[in-house]
Ligand binder design. Structure first.
Ligand SMILES: *[C@@H]1O[C@H](CO)[C@@H](O)[C@H](O)[C@H]1NC(C)=O
Ligand SMILES: *[C@@H]1O[C@H](CO)[C@@H](O)[C@H](O)[C@H]1NC(C)=O
Ligand SMILES: *[C@@H]1O[C@H](CO)[C@@H](O)[C@H](O)[C@H]1NC(C)=O
Length: 571
């Protein structure tokens, strides 16, 4: 076979494989049926549509956009953890140090008492070149390639879901970076990779938009209204501060917080979005101190609270920073709507999950402390800090005589940290009397009437989004929130979309690259052949063929005459 024929055969196999795998990779949410949960399309229903209906709806949105999707669709990404120099073995030092030493010994640049010792050192160093340096260098090169690919693997998730699922907002739930210990140059390199590669096209939330909680506030935007502001929100990324970004309480310094906020946006703020009510009759039912003082309906509003919960627990390294966080949480509570009113919904975005007993999620409660005090590591918030969320921000209460019967405000908590993800329900059983305390169960269990349908059991769903890192399957959370005008209440649903590990991503790009190289080689061969070069390994003049044809011509003449000469063997 000629080289061109071999390449042609290789391409016959490679090209269909490349096309199929590339199409799959670049349209993975379509093949996996990913879509934002869809609000009920029929009046009177409260349950979201099935995931199949939601998928078809998303597909239709790409042909003819309609307004029936949820007005708030949050793409929630957990723990990308961009790694860098700290994970490269030979970073910032030469690749073959032992070879350098061997040469220095050989060239008498070192002190050695005798030639025998000098040669002994040289042999030692040469052995280490093979058993240490080579291995180290290979591993470091592998890691560099791995980091490079990982940036684009994460980018693939962000870009593809941004295009397919059409989120209105995006959040990264902390641990944007892989280490809080890195110095400024490495921090800058990683933040540049974050914005220029993994989240290309994304923007940090402008400081003037990221508001401090106040009684009088400006809206961050309107939901369900297609304007310039809505387009800006699609680009913005609501970044949450994680322990690998700024450190736990025990190592959270002003400098770490400052550089994070400069690169990724503020670490604590709120955003208020309103959903305009178009029907004048419905609009007239909203509370108004003069015209409609008896109504408990507030204009439908979605309040997003981004809480830096890194230093809620004690002891903290910097007391003033911890005081700032406490003041922030208190101000969030003090500026919330009264629990007796309906129509507001709070989405808390934070990094460390709330307290829950061992055995519910993968991570069990865990704390460790620096020897001089200060939180060194924690898997969850303490039970007390968690109650601050449940009873403070959400106003839930085990005491039925508390304001609003202790049923609190509607909302949801989203976080990361536990890379495995978890979906749970915090609740308190008011009928248990003085012994009652906060409990937790999986969301799947909580969906039964025993919990959700029971007015004596106030509760709150907490979704810990599974990490988008390749090792955890490249996940992305899809949270839809919509407003039920009949019940004057926001409703929400969550779905997960997992691309899978980074290996298929690598595979597709490598075979695509190979196919391109083979295609180019094949093209070169074809052009060369057309230009008169003959790569086939045979003489220019096909002499043997001519000989064969001559033989064929002669064959009839050579046919032996019929046997009749008595040579045949007799029986
Ligand atoms: C992105 O890259 C450009 C050019 O390499 C650089 O100037 C810019 O600062 C980077 N962006 C961020 C956010 O680091
Ligand atoms: C709804 O009512 C408020 C007053 O309560 C008014 O300011 C607003 O313009 C009304 N909106 C519509 C769409 O009717
Ligand atoms: C709540 O407490 C009551 C007793 O006070 C008990 O009968 C009931 O099963 C509890 N509900 C849940 C969901 O635990």
């Amino acid at each position: 076979m000629s080289p061109a024929t071999i390449l042609r055969n290789v391409l016959r196999v490679l090209i269909p494989l490349c096309i199929a795998s590339t199409v799959y990779l670049y349209l993975y949410p379509v093949f996996l049926g990913c879509a934002f949960p869809l609000p009920p399309q029929e009046a009177g229903k409260t349950e979201p549509e099935s995931s199949a209906t939601a998928f078809q709806h998303t597909l239709r949105q790409h042909v003819a956009p309609s307004k029936s999707a949820a007005p708030f669709r949050l793409l929630a990404l957990g723990d990308p953890q961009l790694e860098g120099d700290t994970s490269i073995r030979n970073y910032n030092r030469e690749s073959f140090p032992h070879l350098t030493w061997a040469i220095r010994h050989l060239t008498y640049k070192t002190d050695q008492p005798s030639l025998r010792r000098r040669l002994r050192q040289v042999v030692h160093d040469l052995v280490d070149v093979f058993f240490d340096d080579l291995f180290d260098t290979a591993e470091s090169i592998r890691k560099r390639i791995d980091l490079f690919g990982n940036d684009f693997y994460l980018a693939h998730i962000y870009r593809t879901l941004q295009w397919w699922a059409k989120p209105t907002h995006v959040t990264v739930l902390g641990d944007l970076l892989g280490s809080q210990w890195i110095r400024a140059p490495e921090f800058n390199r990683r933040s540049s990779r974050f914005w220029n590669r993994s989240f290309k096209g994304g923007e940090r939330v402008p400081d003037e938009v990221a508001a401090y909680p106040a009684e009088e506030y400006e809206l961050a935007g309107l939901l369900g209204v297609e304007d310039e502001n809505a387009a800006a929100w699609r680009r913005r990324i609501i970044n949450v501060a994680g322990n690998h970004d700024i450190g736990y309480a025990g190592d959270l310094t002003f400098e770490r917080l400052e550089r994070f906020e400069r690169a990724f946006g503020k670490a604590a703020y709120e955003l208020r979005f309103e959903l305009p009510i178009s029907d004048p009759a419905t609009n007239a039912t909203i509370y108004d101190p003069e015209s409609n003082p008896d109504s408990d309906r507030l204009p439908p509003e979605l309040r997003i609270v981004n809480v830096n919960n890194m230093n809620l627990d004690t002891p903290a390294f910097d007391q003033s920073l911890q005081d700032k966080t406490y003041t922030f949480v208190n101000d969030v509570i003090n500026t919330a709507s009264a629990v007796e009113f309906a129509g507001h919904f709070t989405v808390v975005l934070t990094h460390i999950p709330l307290y829950k007993p061992e055995g519910i999620c993968v991570d069990a409660p865990y704390f460790s402390f620096h020897s001089g005090g200060g939180v060194k590591e924690q898997n969850q918030l303490s039970a007390d800090a968690s109650r601050g969320f449940l009873e403070g921000i959400f106003g839930l209460n085990g005491d039925p005589s508390a304001p609003g019967q202790g049923r609190g405000r509607r909302g949801v908590v989203l976080n990361g940290h536990d890379h495995e993800g978890c979906d749970t329900y915090h609740y308190i059983n008011q009928t248990e009397g003085e012994e009652r305390q906060w409990k937790n169960t999986l969301w799947e269990t909580a969906k039964t009437d025993k919990y959700l349908g029971n007015p004596d059991i106030p509760g709150l769903r907490e979704i810990t989004v599974r990490s988008m890192m390749g090792g955890f399957g490249g996940n992305a959370g899809l949270l839809s929130v919509w407003f039920d005008e009949n019940d004057w209440e926001w409703r929400f649903e969550f779905a997960n979309c997992a691309l899978g590990t980074q290996y298929p991503w690598w595979f597709v790009h490598i075979i695509d690259l190979i196919a391109v190289v083979v295609l180019v080689l094949y093209g070169i061969l074809q052009v060369a052949a057309a230009a008169g070069f003959d790569f086939e390994k045979r003489p220019k003049v096909s002499v043997p063929k001519i000989e064969i044809s001559e033989h064929i011509d002669e064959i009839p003449d050579e046919k032996p005459a019929p046997v009749s000469n008595g040579d045949t063997k007799k029986g």
